[in-house]
Ligand binder design. Sequence first.
Ligand code: PEP
Ligand code: MN
Length: 349
Amino acid sequence: MILPKSNRLAPEQVAEITEIVREFGCSIQPIVGAVRTIYAIVGDERDELMINRLEGLSYVERIDRIQSPFKLMDRRSDLASHRIRLGGVTLGEELLVVAGQCTIDPKNPNYFLETAAAVKEAGAHVLRGGVWKPRTNPYTFQGDSKSIEILMEASRRTGLPVDAEVMDEEQLRVALDAGVHMLQVGARNALNYSLLRSIGRAVAKRDTVVLLKRSIHMGTLSEFISAAEYIAAFGNPNVLLCPRGTSPTLDGYRNHPDESITPLLKEKTWAPVVVDPSHSVGKASYVPACALAAVAYGADGLCIEAHVDPSHGIGDDPKQALTPAVLAETIAQCRQVWSLRHAPAAGRA
Ligand code: PEP
Ligand code: MN
């Protein structure tokens, strides 16, 4: 990773470093941070001669050679000072709340429009709404591209930025053309490296934020962070890590809640952690406790399913969506836990 002396390199300087690394089979990927642009060397960057030549350039401050499978997302990376902003919140400074329906019902748009107003009233900063849905049963409702218009109409009416899952390049294109602010990579696609690369490329140099869910097939935390690295390495470091439960091991919970990995992630990466308590436990009555636990473990945000009338929802909403009243109470309590965690205290991780 090349750290320039100035905020960004001039085009002829980029051309010069590109030419040097090309001789060693590498390429340059600029990563635009809030304060300065850094230049990732894509490829095997261990060649001493290449490093020496780059270090010798008058406009290069230093070459960061972190030995980590996730050089950009590593806590020790120069990018650690990068701040992600969404919905008026700077991650890490205030608890970010993403809330809304699992699935938008294109036949009943009013439910979503009412849910949008209600989650805003409850204190959410970002509105979630599933347009396209990954389903376990291929014969169930898979979502509908028409729902993107309902999502964007809700965004216009409330002023909230919106989050939707994309599962392929066509959906990615439609979502970005429509102006979706946060792209969700679902648990089933978190290891789909070609999709991660496409997203990284498509959102390079934009403010778009990516909510990367943890796959139930991820063996190690490094694998999770490396998936985020795929997105960042192609140009967009605005990645939020989202634990959402792993394979169920307990009768009663939909998945095995994994909010407790938050401190472990934070030891390795600077990426903010936004926990999804809804899919973790899968039942509305268990969601508030899971949300509180997530904040106690140090989460920077929450992604919660909510619906004005869960029993008339589709997808996951009938079983796990919170009503606006319960959502409002949960957000208020989580903010109290956030304040407790962020109050000065000795010896806390
Ligand atoms: C969702 O957010 O509705 C969803 C399908 O989540 P996950 O990918 O975590 O299953
Ligand atoms: Mn869902």
